[in-house]
Design a protein around this ligand. Structure first.
Ligand SMILES: [Zn+2]
Length: 212
């Protein structure tokens, strides 16, 4: 909602915002309306299946995107590569963080790049499914992993190109959100504003006056 009202999504009818952090979730706006789903759970892209024989996910399912790209997996994979003898600048991070690994990738650290590229590939598979299903014209990415910049976007775009119907990719764009860490708070604020604009009595002083 923050992107749709204040960011790169202004004037875009159908878009998705995907946050890649501890977990992975998506906000979906279809023809200008936030898609909530029957029970308010639309957008759980982190729990879409990427590999039917993949690792178990915290949700109880198997091979979910989150089990392959979430921060716990990123840190575990990075530590495993370092333990195997690979030299990396992330060895000096205390504590090691998702954003730290992503930034190391952006700075050219080979271990961090290897981990981030795998994430980009898996994320790209999920986004390809999203393109085929919803046909958004814009997909914005946020969260700690996006600090990797092009190191994340390159494999992600390759996976999308290889798995998306050509017609769904025409005039479509995948970008990193420019709203940064404030995006979540801004999005929450737009929901309050939307409710207030839908019912202007919320602005009325009489609302705080108890009935006589
Ligand atoms: Zn899951």
């Amino acid at each position: 909602m923050a992107e749709a009202w204040l960011g790169a999504g202004r004037g875009v009818g159908t878009l998705a915002y995907i946050k890649v952090g501890t977990g992975i979730g998506a906000g979906l706006i279809v023809n200008g309306t936030l898609l909530r789903g029957a029970n308010g759970f639309a957008g759980e892209i982190g729990h879409t299946a990427i590999d039917s024989s993949g690792p178990p996910c915290a949700c109880g399912l198997r091979g979910c995107l989150q089990s392959m790209v979430g921060s716990a997996t990123v840190l575990e994979r990075t530590r495993a590569l370092v333990r195997s003898g690979r030299v990396s600048s992330v060895m000096h991070q205390d504590p090691m963080t998702l954003t730290g690994v992503a930034m190391a990738a952006a700075e050219g650290d080979p271990v961090a790049i290897e981990v981030v590229e795998a994430c980009g590939h898996h994320l790209g598979l999920a986004i390809a499914n999203l393109f085929n299903l919803l046909n958004p014209s814009l997909v914005l990415l946020g969260g700690g992993l996006t600090a990797a910049g092009e190191q994340l976007l390159r494999p992600l775009r390759e996976a999308i190109s290889a798995r998306t119907l050509w017609a769904s990719l025409t005039q479509a764009e995948v970008r990193i959100s420019a709203l940064g860490p404030q995006a979540t708070a801004l999005g929450a604020a737009t929901l309050v504003l939307q409710a207030a604009l839908a019912d202007p009595r919320m602005f009325s002083r009489n609302q705080s006056t108890p009935p006589a």
